[in-house]
Design a protein around this ligand. Structure first.
Ligand code: PGA
Length: 232
């Protein structure tokens, strides 16, 4: 089974949610489809679609104004949470250590963290993709529990640019090996960054790619559904 995760980021309203989730409900797929909504849209009628969040606090509860805890997400029936998305790392200074703590908070509450890693264009252009990704991976993953890893090159997010098949293959090989070496062959690996209905199938056929993380194209059914259908 493949995993297709939509990340709405800070977009959409109740009407958009209603339209997309209803369209997903009518779609027959053997794969797992998850929509990671903004916090305000998580409650309400989700039409049986698996819902994810886009961030989680490291803490269980207390004086952390504006934060949302794993307990709260659990209470809202959230199954997955994105942690360490490059936009959180960039705009909220989230380090690998913070990402790891957030992943642990999710696992503790029975939520599967989707841990994001990926190199900048500068790191790519200086030939450091594999070493950067491996370091981010090993410093961001918890020692135990169920989690997913999403490889998202920062320069590919929202840019319409994607790495070549060979480049994706090499990075997934690196991630797979690093996880294998610590006995974690069970971890699902996603690719993210400018996934669309035209490139999804090709990306999914690359060894060790178990699914995709989709930003912009997950907002509307006419761009999200073709991705899901192409993978089925
Ligand atoms: P994109 O975003 O599909 O719009 O490139 C992916 C992501 O940020 O997860």
């Amino acid at each position: 089974m493949k995993i297709i995760v939509g990340n709405w980021k800070m977009n959409g309203d109740n009407e958009d949610k209603e339209i997309l989730l209803k369209a997903l409900k009518n779609l027959r797929t053997k794969n797992e489809v998850v929509v990671c909504l903004p916090f305000t849209l998580i409650y309400g009628n989700n039409h049986g679609i698996t819902i994810g969040a886009q961030d989680i606090s490291e803490h269980d509860n207390g004086a952390y104004t504006g934060d949302i805890s794993g307990q709260m997400l659990k209470d809202a029936d959230v199954k997955y949470v994105i942690v360490g998305h490059s936009e959180r790392r960039l705009y909220h200074n989230e380090t690998n250590t913070i990402v790891k703590t957030k992943a642990m908070a999710a696992i503790k509450n029975g939520i599967v963290p989707i841990i994001c890693i990926g190199e900048t264009s500068e790191e790519k252009n200086t030939g450091r993709t594999n070493s950067v990704v491996k370091k981010m991976l090993l410093e961001s993953i918890p020692g135990q529990g169920e989690y997913i890893v999403a490889y998202e090159p920062r320069w590919a997010i929202g840019s319409g640019k994607t790495p070549t098949e060979d480049e994706i293959k090499a990075v997934f090989e690196t991630i797979h090996k690093a996880l294998h070496n610590i006995g974690r062959d069970d971890v699902a690996l996603l690719y993210g960054g400018s996934v669309n209905g035209k490139n999804a199938k090709q990306i999914m056929n690359i060894p060790h790619v178990d699914g995709v993380l989709v930003g912009g194209a997950s907002l509307k059914s006419d761009t999200f559904l073709p991705i899901i259908k192409s993978i089925d």
